[in-house]
Design a binder for this molecule. Sequence first.
Ligand code: FAD
Length: 388
Amino acid sequence: TSSHAALVIIGTGMAGVGLARALRRLGDQRSITLVSADSGDDYSKPLLSTGFAKGLVPEQLAQRSATDLGEELNAQMVIHTQVTALDVDNQTILLEGGMVLGYDTLVLATGAAPRVPFSIEPSVAPRCFTINDLDDYRRFHTALGQGPARVAIVGAGLVGCEFANDLHAGGHRVSLIAPEGTLLPRLLPPPLGNALGDAFSEAGIHLHLARSIDSIAAESGEDIVLRLDNGDAVSADLVLMATGLVPRTALAESADLNVSPGGIVVDRQLRTSHPNIHALGDAACVDGVNAMYVQPLQASVKALAATLSGAPTPVSFGAWPVVVKTPLLPVVAYPPTNTPEHWRIEGEGGDISALAENKDGRLIGFALTGGCVRRKVELSRAAPALLG
Ligand code: FAD
């Protein structure tokens, strides 16, 4: 079986859905098919790490079902279906199950996949989770059950810290284990990472930093036990792996499109190395930058919708800081792209500002905690654009 659409978008995350929506807003009438490996429900991924504090069930996080989304966008939705191959010469994609779908224009909005850096034993695998879409969230939510659970989170990045704060606020007992010595190591210089760590510890989140995991195994009946390199043991009911995300480039790679470790290589017009194929969102590396957060994605959506509607529009990214959703200690960070000459760090307790300066004393990035987050707008104005 085969069919054809003028525009095929692979991915129904913020990038894929956002693009279809932006095109329809511009009055674009072409036939659109959206294909997704997941449920295709319309949801906001950033809200996944805020649901436990608010006591939300997964269904409250879905803004629209895939069916309603298809109607809204006047688009065909192909859901729970993996795209397994891309044939650039014939302008077709192959879907799991054998269906072939032709396109005039193809957009890769395939996002990024969780990376789990060690193998998990089959006996504990059913209780080890990653959460990277609403389907994952549903599974984790079900496993968590009704009462308070002990959750061991592995990873001290944005996803690990946000879930630690949110699960704690939802009444669960949280341990966080990471090889780095401080929280949010890629966003915050150590004094600010320590301030967040203090806020977490004071709230009762158990931190095991600068520790690697020797083993994760089911022990003494129901417990999962994580054995650490210093001999400590952490017992848990569930494990949440928040150990990084890697852009999904496999399809592009298999079709010989240019890819880099940062994602599918695209220019400022979000064009891949092949005509008629574009990429955006967490999957794409735009002129050397893959920011993997919402604001650059939204700028890309807007630019690509204009380009596909006939007004070629290069994208640019401003100095848009990341707002980390850790209410125990608010954090805002705009990490410098190059190693700074030095960090100018001021403040005390949880209220700290850190300005990254180059050798000429120019501001190239910043990080703020607690009350200092109010400096966000002023510092964003002074910092260089992410992609100017
Ligand atoms: P995704 O949402 O990952 O969508 C990818 C889509 O591609 C999915 O539909 C998937 O099924 C589909 N797909 C992939 N491969 C295939 C295939 N072969 N066949 C078929 N379908 C395929 N950013 C912020 O700016 N602020 C925040 O507060 C924030 N909070 C976050 C909290 C969490 C817990 C996480 C995980 C991320 C957060 N982010 C945040 C980052 C932000 O959510 C992402 O940058 C954004 O959602 C990426 O959207 P996307 O559409 O590129 O990818």
